[in-house]
Design a protein around this ligand. Structure first.
Ligand code: C5P
Length: 252
């Protein structure tokens, strides 16, 4: 019988770590741990939507792109040829990776800012094209499925990694909208950017992600497609939460 806690903040004063403690001791069959997948092309707003939905539900986040990005970065730092899938895949089990509240540490160094750069995104899409690399990262992604639930963001979350997810969203936006958003995001961080070259880069990356034979970017057959070009993030979040409400254990 599912139990919903309507006011989780009520423990804030007397037992602030209540839920961390609770989910540290309870055990669940992995297939009973709820997963929402949010797949889609580059700069469609997946990361922001994923964070918002996870925050609203108190779930964990898997930013699978960060795993491909950090693999690309580590390979280039180790002078491994990004075209050599087996060599890049062999590096994966040796990586000293930590994920701490939105930051990624590689060999104890915070590489979060470097991971977000466009150049790292391109390296990610190169290494992500190799089946051996995708296999090497598979279990690492499954490990993120922990209580109380997970929102997973990527390209193949609903097709290859969590095919049993209870809700799958395929998020799109026009290329012009996506280039504009990425441009704003970079400028606001003080990173110089040109909108035309950004659009060309993201279209090139999408073409590679869609065209590869290993887990190409495509909507799962049972995914709901959401074009958020004309939506605010709050509108997209509320829509996804309403879909979740219809499917979850608390449907009216
Ligand atoms: O989502 P993000 O832009 O961080 O992803 C960077 C690149 O990593 C993508 O362009 C894609 O090639 C690759 N990727 C992938 N599968 C995922 C997530 C990312 O192939 N699940």
């Amino acid at each position: 019988m599912p139990v919903r806690i309507l006011d989780p903040q009520c423990v804030a004063k007397t037992f602030p770590d209540y839920f961390e403690t609770l989910f540290g001791v309870v055990r669940a069959n992995v297939e009973d741990i709820p997963v929402i997948t949010i797949d889609g092309p580059t700069a469609s707003g997946k990361g922001t939507l994923t964070d918002e939905v996870a925050q609203a539900l108190g779930y964990d986040v898997l930013d699978s792109g960060a795993l491909y990005r950090v693999t690309g970065l580590a390979a280039s730092r180790h002078h491994v040829d990004l075209a050599d899938g087996e060599a890049v895949a062999a590096l994966v089990p040796t990586l000293d990776l930590k994920f701490e509240s939105g930051r990624v540490l590689l060999d104890e160094e915070d590489v979060s800012a470097e991971l977000r750069q466009e150049a790292t995104g391109l390296m990610a899409s190169q290494v992500g094209a190799h089946p051996a690399v995708r296999r090497a990262l598979h279990q690492l992604q499954l490990n993120f499925r922990r209580l109380p639930g997970l929102v997973a963001d990527g390209r193949d979350m609903g097709t290859a990694i969590f095919p049993d997810a209870a809700l799958k969203v395929f998020l799109t936006a026009s290329a012009a909208t996506r280039a504009e958003r990425r441009h704003k995001q970079l400028i606001s961080k003080g990173i110089p950017a040109n909108i035309d070259s950004l659009r060309a880069d993201l279209e090139a990356r999408d073409a590679r992600d869609k065209g590869r034979s290993a887990s190409p970017l495509q909507a799962a057959a049972d995914a709901i497609e959401l074009d958020n070009s004309q939506q605010t993030i709050g509108e997209s979040r509320d829509l996804v939460l309403s879909w979740w409400q219809e499917r979850g254990p608390f449907k009216a």
